[in-house]
Design a protein around this ligand. Structure first.
Ligand SMILES: *Cc1c(COP(=O)(O)O)cnc(C)c1O
Length: 394
């Protein structure tokens, strides 16, 4: 594979590129950072935890020192559950804006927690809009909180968070954000998007390895969360209070993952922070989508809704097309793609995040071209009903 002109180093261990929304392809420096063992109690590791919290807060645009950052062990969903259990009062009611798998997971988590909620269900890929959110709140004055998935990774849609935030603010309610898959690449400035808490994780746009998530929340909300959590281990207030007092995580931290994450944060800063990272991912998306369209593929979403994180394509209607064969042939060429999650039609997804640039994305497109030829698929046009459905999305 030619990576000519690419500023990204070829994976040294010969592994394929992960065109997936995290875990993703990390740099060698990030992997290398994990070669050292650390004592969780040790002063040096405590300093690393403090540095990490500070660096993450610096990405929020918070100028009034109103926020704090609390890392939490586990995958991203653990942090979402921690956020829901810690920031929703037991007598509150939350409006879940759902347009895909992660919105559904939030509603399911609330079922487990037995917290009062209502779902505005937009199906698999329609965006929730500010107006309908305002109306829903008006019709149901019991609603105290609204939760939105910033980028719904299951379709790749970048939800209109600013208009949602404005609607929630005007209604005098509180906003929670699952910004898991975009934080660090798409601006989530707290001075523009007035959230009380948001969540993301180590293995998405900061390009670390999996092992923990982090919650960024208003300090007064952190104070108010005392004694509220349903869970001992997912109690954000307890983790926050302990960390502020001792500098340590409450239970065994993923030490290697934290050190790798700090390395990833350094690279993020060098690249130009949220702006620089976002620009590379946008370029990745634009080059990849243009190339795929040239091959005849169609995206689920119009350009307006495409995130720079991951893009859904319809599978070709051609009789020779088979996703599993397609997947395996691409894997042999060094690229791992992601299956789709649509009920509307068969689909697959290609991620734009991780240690990849536009040159690598061009290689992805040519690998797809070669694979179609091998499969003797001479047209990538999707089934007609998929295009008819898609036309309903403006
Ligand atoms: C990745 C992701 C999560 C968390 O998923 P885990 O598999 O638990 O890490 C949550 N929400 C969104 C939008 C995501 O992309």
């Amino acid at each position: 594979m030619s990576l000519l002109n690419s500023t990204i180093e070829k994976p040294r261990l010969g592994e394929p590129f992960l065109l997936t929304p995290g875990p993703l392809t990390t740099s060698y420096a990030v992997k290398e950072a994990m070669l050292q063992d650390w004592g969780s109690w040790d002063e040096e590791f405590r300093a690393l935890t403090a540095e990490m919290r500070k660096e993450l807060l610096a990405l929020t645009g918070d100028i009034s020192d109103s926020l704090d950052c609390v890392p939490m062990q586990g995958s991203g969903s653990f942090s979402v559950e921690a956020m829901l259990g810690s920031f929703l009062p037991h007598d509150g009611k939350v409006l879940v804006l759902s347009n895909g798998a992660y919105g559904k997971r939030i509603a399911q988590t609330l079922e487990y927690l037995g917290r009062n909620h209502v779902v505005l269900d937009k199906g698999d890929y329609m965006p929730p809009r500010g107006e309908e959110v305002a109306q829903t709140i008006k019709d149901d004055p019991d609603i105290t909180h609204v939760i939105i998935v910033h980028c719904e990774t299951s379709s790749g849609i970048l939800n209109p968070i600013k208009e949602i935030s404005d609607a929630v603010k005007t209604s005098g309610r509180k906003l929670l954000v699952d910004s898991m898959s975009v934080f660090g690449a798409v601006k989530l400035d707290v001075t523009e998007i007035d959230y009380v808490a948001m969540v993301s994780s180590a293995n998405k746009c900061i390009e670390g390895v999996p092992g923990f998530g982090f919650i960024i929340a208003k300090k007064d909300e952190l104070e108010a969360a005392k004694g509220r959590s349903h869970s001992l281990s997912l109690d954000i207030h307890a983790q926050w209070a302990h960390m502020n007092k001792t500098g340590q995580w409450r239970f065994t931290p993923p030490t290697h993952v934290v050190v790798a994450f700090l390395e990833a944060l350094r690279a993020h800063k060098i690249e130009g922070g949220v702006k620089g990272r976002g620009a590379r991912y946008e370029k990745n998306r634009d080059v990849m989508v243009a190339g795929m369209r040239q091959l005849g593929f169609e995206t689920l979403l119009n350009d307006r809704w495409l995130s720079p994180i991951i893009v859904t394509f319809f599978c070709p209607a051609h009789k020779n097309f088979d996703f599993d064969i397609f997947y395996n042939l691409l894997k042999q060429k060094g690229f791992i793609i992601y299956p789709g999650k649509l009920t509307l039609a068969e689909s697959f997804r290609i991620g734009c995040i991780g240690q990849m640039d536009e040159h690598i994305m061009r290689n992805v497109v040519s690998a797809v071209k070669d694979t179609l030829e091998e499969m003797q698929v001479d047209s990538a046009i999707p089934p007609e009903h998929a295009l008819i459905e898609r036309a309903k999305l403006i």
